[in-house]
Design a binder for this molecule. Structure first.
Ligand SMILES: [Zn+2]
Length: 169
């Protein structure tokens, strides 16, 4: 479990762990259970996502022009802000807006935490390890990266980074 996920407590953590037990992770349902709405929206060029409090509801907007795999990671990133950094969302009427580089004006540490938790939400480590062992002989090759990316509905780049952290661990 990532350090960030261990910071999420109580009922929220139970909801998340329920959804992290199968892939591709049902992010939309997970968000709904956590009390967050997701909308695919027209955002400005260079903006990947946003989370803000609107009329008492937390709403994530993802850029409709980006690839579905990319939108999934963005949802994970904004959900991570919701779980870890709600005080920042609540302190601005516009919430948090992330560029394509997942920068929002918040300190770098905040974005790093959100990316780490996002990676765990869309690519749960225990599932990746199991699939890697059972279906790819534990070997990380181009075929493994493509295969796992497609199973988890993430980009090849994201899966490659995830697998590299696994090997270093
Ligand atoms: Zn962010």
């Amino acid at each position: 479990m990532s350090k960030e996920l261990s910071r999420v407590l109580g009922q929220q953590r139970e909801i998340i762990e329920h959804y992290l037990s199968e892939y591709p992770v049902k992010l939309g349902q997970m968000a709904r259970d956590l009390g967050v709405d997701i909308k695919v929206a027209s955002l400005g060029t260079g903006i990947s996502g946003r989370i803000a409090l609107e009329g008492g509801r937390y709403v994530i907007r993802v850029n409709r022009n980006e690839a579905r795999e990319r939108q999934r990671f963005t949802i994970g990133h904004e959900l991570a802000h919701f779980l870890l950094h709600r005080h920042i969302i609540d302190s601005s009427p516009d919430g948090i807006t992330d560029t394509v580089l997942y920068r929002s004006g918040a300190p770098e540490r905040i974005e790093f935490e959100a990316n780490r938790l996002a990676a765990e939400l869309v690519m749960p480590m225990s599932l990746i390890e199991r699939e890697l062992r059972e279906n790819f002989g534990g070997l990380v090759t181009e075929v493994t990266i493509e295969g796992l990316a497609s199973l988890f509905e993430v980009s090849k780049a994201a899966m490659e980074i995830k697998l590299s952290t696994l090997i270093e661990a």
